[in-house]
Design a protein around this ligand. Structure first.
Ligand SMILES: Nc1ncnc2c1ncn2[C@@H]1O[C@H](COP(=O)(O)OP(=O)(O)OP(=O)(O)O)[C@@H](O)[C@H]1O
Ligand SMILES: CC(C)(CO)[C@@H](O)C(=O)NCCC(=O)O
Ligand SMILES: [K+]
Length: 257
């Protein structure tokens, strides 16, 4: 059974894939200090709690934080007796290598999103991922990642206001009733929420104009539904896109080595 690990700058998601569907998904904060033993205690406790009695014998990892990979490798080796596939390393094949400027290290999450979205929708896509950063990944007709956009994440933008301005509190994102806020929190939420609606709309429009072809916009990440409910910005929303991409890349490697 396959364990797929998607390690972002804020959260790390573990999912177990039985070849047809994900039988469990768990999330923890990303901390590079966490050891293989700590991961295993946490994972095995959750598996026991949910009565998931399966043998994990394959692992695939995508990590935007290079430092965490070491302990995840130890986890695979020590507890699952296997060598993990790590997206972005030379021994992990990709269905289509990214076409970007020489020397660019594309975030593995973006490469994985491109593979997952292409598998479900085929080409000419914009994948919008609302994580720590909000990324836009452009996927060509052959499935290659060919570039995109990196914008500050929603929570990061709110935190930046709070951190930089003494009078601005910590605020969670939500859709404000009005654009004109009549208190500090409402003003901040309006700036970030409606600012983001504009950002997403403008960037997608400009990508489509620049590419000159019809493109589908696929959204993923925890905050995507909030924006989708407000304005219908996306053609599809897929919660598990990164995880799906990991299974696609894992299968590609099995079939081609
Ligand atoms: N309505 C909401 N308000 C605030 N936060 C939310 C809401 N809905 C979901 N979230 C949070 O949004 C975050 C999105 O998760 P996601 O995995 O997409 O990105 P992340 O974990 O923040 O970033 P990264 O993948 O870069 O680590 C999660 O932390 C989730 O708890
Ligand atoms: C942009 C993030 C932080 C989004 O998770 C990640 O994909 C990353 O670290 N990327 C490296 C730079 C790039 O993708 O071009
Ligand atoms: K993510």
């Amino acid at each position: 059974m396959l364990l797929a690990i998607d390690c972002g700058n804020t959260n790390t998601v573990f999912s177990i894939w039985d070849g047809k569907s994900f039988i469990a998904t768990w999330r923890t904060s990303t901390e590079w200090q966490r050891t293989a033993d700590q991961y295993y205690v946490w994972l095995s406790t959750l598996m026991e709690f949910q009565k998931i009695d399966v043998a994990i014998n394959e692992v695939i990892i995508s990590s935007t934080v290079p430092r965490v990979v070491f302990n995840l490798r130890v986890l695979s080796d020590r507890y699952f007796n296997c060598r993990p596939l790590v997206v972005g390393k030379p021994d992990c094949l990709l269905p289509q290598p990214p076409r970007v400027d020489e020397g660019t290290q594309v975030g593995p999450d973006r490469v994985v999103n491109a593979a997952g979205a292409f598998d479900r929708h085929s080409g000419n896509l914009i994948v919008v991922d609302f994580g720590t950063a909000t990324t836009f990944d452009v996927v060509d007709t052959d499935g290659a990642y060919v570039g995109g956009v990196i914008a500050p994440g929603v929570n990061l933008s709110l935190e930046a206001l709070h951190n930089a301005a003494a009078a601005l509190p910590h605020v969670d994102i939500s859709k404000p009733q009005r654009v004109v806020g009549t208190n500090t929190v409402a003003c901040m939420q309006s700036g970030v929420f409606w600012g983001y609606i504009g950002l997403v709309r403008e960037i997608c429009a400009r990508i489509k104009a620049e590419r000159g072809v019809p493109m589908q916009v696929i959204a993923t990440g925890g905050l995507a539904p909030l924006f989708q409910q407000a304005e219908n910005l996306f053609d599809a929303f897929e919660d598990d896109l990164t995880m799906h991409g990991l299974t696609v890349i894992h299968k590609y490697n099995k079939d081609n080595t």
